[in-house]
Design a protein around this ligand. Structure first.
Ligand SMILES: Cc1ncc(COP(=O)(O)O)c(C=O)c1O
Length: 314
C-alpha cells in the first residue's frame, strides 16, 4: 500500500452544516474573535459533554494554561503531570512558571497510574494541581485518581484533548475533575481548524478565564487593563465550524468505532488464516472503506451491525 492512512483526518458534515454557520458569520459581518457562533458553540458543547459552563479558546494548549491559571497555579508551584502524552499537556505548566513532576502511566489505561500518583504525593506533599490525560480516547482510572486527589485536596484538570465522545462510568471525560479541556486541532475528533474549549461547573472561574483570554480588558470606555491579559479567544468564524462539527459528532465517533471493530475482525481472520479477496491487511480494508469512501454512511451502519453479529458468532 503506497498511500498513508492518517491518524485522524478531518470529517466535515455531508450536509454542509459548517459552511452554513460560516456563511451566517460572513452575512452578518461577525468576523471577530467573539460573536453569536462562539456563544452558541459554548452552550452546545457544554450541553453535549454535560458541563455547566464552557469557554471557547484558540487552542487546547491555551485551555490548559487558562485552567492552570484558574486553579491558582503560579511561579514555583508543583503540578503533577502525566508522563505519556503530547508535549502540549506539559508546556503550559512552564508558561505559568510552575514545575511539572511527571507521573508514570498505568499498564491498562496508558494514563496516570494511581499507585504512582499516591507515591508521588508522599514525596511531594505540596502540590497545586494534577493534570491527567485521557490519551487516544482511553479514559484514565478516574475513580482512583479522584479519590487520591480529594484526599490531598488538590485541583484536578483533565486533558480530554483526544477524548471527545469518551465516557467514564456514564460521565463524559473532562467533566469529572474541576476543569476539563478539549482540542479542535486538525487531527482531533472534531476540528475547527484550530481551537479549544475549557469546561467547568464553576461559573465564576469560567467568567474569569473569558476575561483573561480577551486581554483582561476592564469594563471601561477606554482601554484599561489592571491584570495581565491573553489573546486566547476562538474566532466567531471558527466557532461556526465547531457548531457544524458537533452536529455530526455521533457519526464521527461511530465511524471510528466501526474502524476499530473492522480492524479487530481482520486481525482475528488473519490469525486463523482467512483472507479477504484483495484485502489481506487491515490497512487495505480500512483504506478501502474510510479513505476511498466507496460506501455511504448508511451502508457503514448496516456493515457495523453485520460486523457485530459476525463477532458474536465467531
Ligand atoms: C493530549 C493533548 N493535549 C493537548 C493538546 C493540545 O491541543 P492544541 O493542539 O489544540 O493546542 C493535544 C493536541 O494537540 C493533545 O493531543
Amino acid at each position: 500500500m503506497s498511500d498513508r492512512i492518517f491518524l485522524s483526518s478531518p470529517h466535515m458534515s455531508e450536509e454542509g452544516y459548517e459552511m452554513q454557520y460560516i456563511k451566517e458569520a460572513f452575512d452578518t459581518n461577525w468576523i471577530a474573535p467573539l460573536g453569536p457562533n462562539v456563544n452558541e458553540f459554548e452552550k452546545e458543547f457544554a450541553k453535549k459533554v454535560g458541563a455547566k459552563h464552557a469557554a471557547a479558546l484558540s487552542s487546547g494548549t491555551a485551555a490548559i494554561q487558562m485552567a492552570l491559571k484558574a486553579a491558582g497555579v503560579g511561579e514555583g508551584d508543583i503540578v503533577f503531570c502525566q508522563s505519556l502524552t503530547f508535549s502540549a499537556t506539559a508546556n503550559p505548566i512552564i508558561y505559568q512558571n510552575a514545575i511539572p513532576v511527571f507521573i508514570d502511566s498505568d499498564y491498562e489505561t496508558w494514563n496516570i497510574d494511581p499507585n504512582a500518583l499516591e507515591e508521588a504525593f508522599r514525596k511531594y506533599p505540596n502540590v497545586k494541581a494534577v493534570l491527567v490525560v485521557h490519551l487516544y480516547g482511553l479514559s484514565a482510572d478516574m475513580d482512583s485518581i479522584m479519590e487520591i486527589c480529594n484526599k490531598h485536596n488538590v485541583v484536578v484538570i483533565e486533558d480530554a484533548a483526544e477524548s471527545l465522545g469518551t465516557y467514564y462510568k456514564g460521565r463524559h471525560t473532562g467533566t469529572i475533575g474541576d476543569y476539563g479541556i478539549f482540542s479542535f486541532n486538525g487531527n482531533k475528533i472534531i476540528t475547527t481548524s484550530g481551537g479549544g474549549m475549557l469546561v467547568s461547573d464553576d461559573e465564576e472561574r469560567i467568567a474569569k478565564v473569558k476575561f483573561w483570554a480577551t486581554q483582561s480588558r476592564d469594563p471601561a470606555r477606554h482601554y484599561q487593563h489592571s491584570e495581565l491579559g491573553f489573546n486566547y479567544r476562538l474566532s466567531n468564524v471558527l466557532a461556526g465550524i465547531g457548531r457544524g462539527q458537533l452536529k455530526v459528532l455521533n457519526d464521527i465517533t461511530f465511524l471510528r468505532d466501526l474502524e476499530v471493530i473492522i480492524m479487530t475482525v481482520i486481525k482475528v481472520f488473519q490469525r486463523d488464516g482467512i483472507s479477504f479477496k484483495g484485502m489481506d491487511t487491515a490497512e487495505d480494508f480500512g483504506d478501502y472503506l474510510l479513505r476511498e469512501k466507496k460506501i455511504t454512511e448508511g451502508e457503514y451502519r448496516a456493515a457495523m451491525e453485520k460486523v457485530k453479529q459476525m463477532l458474536n458468532n465467531y
